[in-house]
Design a protein around this ligand. Structure first.
Ligand SMILES: Cc1cc2nc3c(=O)[nH]c(=O)nc-3n(C[C@H](O)[C@H](O)[C@H](O)COP(=O)(O)OP(=O)(O)OC[C@H]3O[C@@H](n4cnc5c(N)ncnc54)[C@H](O)[C@@H]3O)c2cc1C
Length: 371
């Protein structure tokens, strides 16, 4: 499959680009919710507008009321979210959660709310400082007709505002996923402001009782669905990183053309031109890797996991380079809160850690290749 977008995908990109630049702009979204210390960190009105645009149904099958599109299309929206640092539950809800519960009884329960932009979902996987999905200690013990959940989760993006949280826990039969509603008795949710000003959560499960129908799919069969959610989440986060890095680069290149020093625009200095050209190349390689990963995921290809690991690692490194070069080349103003470039650096830190940093994914790829 060629590494460019089809005509329909270009149309979606143009629509998403216009929508996000107007409705999802930094001044009216990120800075606004941050300034008023919003407990959710994003606007529910904007989430409903995402639904009106059809974005929330991109990965939901047509039979379930969605658009039945794929990860390339979800990534197109995420790239525009990344460009504008638009705070929204799109990645966790409409991408990772939707992929996890697709084809299970929970689809009928949660998809209508997601399609309407009313429901917010979160994924509770990580328990330690780093992303370690193979290291889940949380317990799910059988009790009567259902289960009792005990343990703790952290870095749960949108965990403080989610209506439903997909929780990974160890049952006797193996890893199992549960869809836990926020009102569940014994579930303590502590909102935490993250480095990029978004609100995440720490969750404490003190013997939380759930019915058997909270199980997503089969008891002991959670690994398959968790893999699906993580593959979608990682590919989506990589697309958002490419958008974020591209916007940081464009701001920086604009600045190099404007800022005058020593009687000329600083962009006339070859040393800065080399750095800008290097950055452009790195982002183009990252964009190609991400598109390839999206296409392979949509095809259900065997090579998808390796390409997803490569894409998340490459997008993370390219985006980190873009924001660092951005701060450096903007000189002293890059350090101030008034200038947006610093906000890109903060969001980059979070997205790099989310679903595994470049080292994690390089390690995954090396293992897959038998190093
Ligand atoms: C409060 C504060 C604390 C800081 N702390 C640190 C710190 O701990 N570590 C750190 O690394 N940075 C730090 N910085 C950032 C660093 O000081 C600036 O990025 C750097 O000094 C930019 O130079 P300038 O202010 O002279 O900017 P400008 O003169 O506006 O220069 C802008 C750009 O031109 C480039 N440039 C400047 N001179 C030349 C030249 N002769 N030829 C070609 N290009 C040139 C600069 O590198 C920069 O990219 C800090 C900045 C502030 C405001």
């Amino acid at each position: 499959m060629p590494l460019y977008l089809t005509d329909d995908q270009v149309m979606l990109r143009d629509t998403a680009r216009g929508f996000m630049a107007d409705e999802g702009a930094i001044a009216t979204q990120l800075r606004h919710w941050r300034a008023i210390n919003c407990k959710d960190g994003f606007g529910h009105g904007l989430w409903r507008k995402f639904a009106e645009m059809g974005f929330t149904g991109i990965l939901i099958d047509e039979a379930d009321g969605g658009l039945g599109l794929g990860h390339v299309e979800a990534g197109i929206v995420l790239e525009e979210i990344g460009r504008n640092l638009t705070p929204s539950p799109f990645l966790m809800t409409a991408v990772a959660f939707v992929e996890a519960v697709k084809g299970t009884a929970h689809a009928a329960r949660w998809f209508p709310g997601i399609l309407a932009g009313e429901t917010v979902a979160a994924l509770a996987v990580d328990e330690g400082a780093k992303h370690r999905p193979d290291d889940i200690a949380m317990r799910a013990d059988r009790s009567g007709n259902g289960f009792v959940l005990s343990g703790a989760k952290q870095f749960v993006v949108q965990g403080a505002s989610a209506d439903v949280i997909l929780v990974a826990a160890q049952a006797e039969e193996g890893l199992t996923l549960f869809a836990v509603e926020r009102e569940a008795k014994g579930l303590e949710i502590e909102g935490v402001r993250m480095v990029d000003s978004s609100i995440g959560a720490r969750l404490a499960f003190d013997r939380v009782e759930v019915d058997a129908d909270a199980v997503v799919g089969e008891v002991g069969g959670g690994a398959i669905m968790l893999d699906r959610a993580l593959a979608a989440g990682r590919t989506g986060a990589a697309a958002e990183l490419v958008g974020l890095g591209s916007a940081a680069m464009e701001m920086t290149v604009d600045y190099l053309k404007q800022r005058r020093q020593f009687g000329r625009a600083i962009g006339e200095f070859q040393a800065l031109q080399f750095r800008a050209a290097h950055l452009y190349s790195e982002l183009e390689i990252a964009r190609s890797a991400v598109l390839k990963a999206q296409q392979l995921l949509d095809e259900g290809a065997e090579a998808a996991p390796a390409m997803i690991a490569a894409a998340k690692a490459k997008a993370g490194r390219a985006s980190a380079l873009a924001v660092r070069e951005g701060i450096q080349m903007h000189g002293g103003i890059g350090m101030t809160d008034e200038h947006d470039i610093g906000l890109y650096m903060k969001r980059d830190r979070l997205l790099n850690e989310l679903f595994g940093d470049p080292n994690f994914h390089a390690d995954q790829l090396a293992r897959m290749r038998g190093y």
